[in-house]
Design a binder for this molecule. Structure first.
Ligand code: ZN
Length: 63
């Protein structure tokens, strides 16, 4: 059984393509915006959270 993709915001994805070689900041910004606008995948990648901690960027609660 395939899991249903819940809350995919295809329109947002069309308008917010990840740059080809994103900087860490671009990736973090993209994922934070993505969390707010689309539910196609839960939370943030673990590595990104580590980088955010290093950069002292606040990680949203509950993810
Ligand atoms: Zn999405």
């Amino acid at each position: 059984m395939q899991k249903k993709v819940k809350g995919l915001n295809a329109e947002w994805h069309r308008q917010h393509k990840m740059p080809k070689n994103p900087t860490v900041q671009q990736r973090i910004g993209w994922h934070l915006a993505h969390l707010e606008n689309c539910g196609c995948r839960p939370g943030l990648p673990g590595k990104l959270k580590e980088q955010m901690k290093k950069l002292k960027i606040k990680i949203p609660a509950g993810i």
